[in-house]
Ligand binder design. Structure first.
Ligand code: SF4
Length: 329
């Protein structure tokens, strides 16, 4: 009999699991996924989606199986009457302009909290302010926010060092905005440096980090220092998931790992762990957390506790065209 088929009758060792709450899907992700599902139901496949609707392989593959076609740019889409959906991360203004030129039925699933940052950016620009965007180079949200204004109008600040060395044209007429999924602690340090150097800089009350990113990081902070290891369920290209892993490490967790599926668990690495934290990025579905719990339960006797940092009841309605059609049915 091959080793994999041997069923152990030995008692399973105990494992205490601390589940961070809130974790997983946020209101913006639910709205974006629902937009694709709704468009598929209303118009039938195919539905084109520019960029991964949210950064999660499982979600993308599930939607692909239902008839969504994912592209990176609109020029990959043939002339079509099918809907074209923009992802939750937001898009530069050139994208809806191009969709209009090609007569696409465009549906914008940009998270309203990202759209809010776009509007702040436009207002600063209209008021003649030079804008600093705190964020990660190349992330689609950053590309989208910078793309709300003409090239050069927004400068990217990625680190405290960038904040310490940036030389604005007019320090008395400066504003900042931030990516929504940053580490709260990193962003606070960068904002503090900017305020120290440019006391007149204008910005949001603190930053533009969204409620979901904030709550998930706060929940990880409550768990990180009492566990031997932390599993963050999420995709490597998910900014908020990566930040959760960093937050766990910085708050005393000796081993934090980002996993997409149960099959990615390094059992050898977990063999000495007695207290395990689990969280999930805002784009990771709860079914993947359950899959990981099921895999753990096959090897350990689990004692599961939930550690809650905040209650969430945020809901965003679907993009207007989908809402209106649904209402008319
Ligand atoms: S993580 Fe925040 S900004 Fe991003 S989709 Fe969710 S609620 Fe919106």
């Amino acid at each position: 009999m091959p080793a994999a088929d041997v069923i152990s009758t030995a008692p399973k060792p105990p494992l205490r699991v601390l589940l961070s709450s809130p974790r997983g899907f946020c209101a913006g992700v639910v709205r974006a996924i629902d937009s694709v599902e709704r468009a598929l139901a209303l118009y039938g496949p195919p539905v084109y989606v520019r960029h991964e609707i949210v950064h999660n392989r499982y979600v993308v593959e599930s939607l692909r199986a239902k008839g969504a076609i994912f592209v990176e740019e609109l020029d990959e889409i043939p002339d079509t009457d099918a809907p074209v959906i923009f992802s939750a991360h937001g898009v530069p203004q050139s994208v809806p302009a191009e969709a209009k030129r090609r007569n696409f039925l465009a549906l914008d699933a940009t998270c309203p909290l990202v759209t809010k940052v776009h509007r702040e950016t436009e207002i600063h620009h209209r008021r003649g302010r030079e804008i600093l965007l705190i964020g990660h180079d190349g992330h689609p949200e950053v590309v989208g926010t910078m793309g709300q204004l003409p090239s050069g109008a927004v400068r990217l600040i990625e680190t405290v060092e960038d904040a310490a060395t940036v030389e604005p044209k007019d320090a008395s007429n400066l504003a900042y905005v931030t990516q929504t999924t940053l580490s709260m602690d990193d962003a606070a340090e960068i904002v503090a440096k900017l305020k120290e150097r440019f006391p007149k800089i204008i910005g949001p009350h603190k930053d533009d980090i969204c409620y979901a990113t904030t709550n998930r990081q706060e929940a990880v902070k409550k768990v990180a220092h009492i566990v031997d290891a932390m599993i963050v369920v999420g995709s490597p290209n998910s900014s908020n998931s990566q930040r959760l892993k960093e937050v766990a490490e910085r708050n005393g967790c000796p081993y934090a790992v980002l996993l997409q599926r149960a099959e990615d668990i390094d059992w050898e690495r977990l063999s000495t762990v007695k207290h395990l934290g689990i969280t999930a990025g805002a784009s990771a579905p709860e079914v993947l957390v359950e899959e990981i719990l099921d895999a753990l339960a096959k090897r350990y006797t689990l004692r599961i506790e939930t550690v809650t940092a905040a209650e969430e009841d945020v809901f965003f309605p679907l993009p207007r065209p989908l809402r209106d059609i649904a209402a008319a049915e």
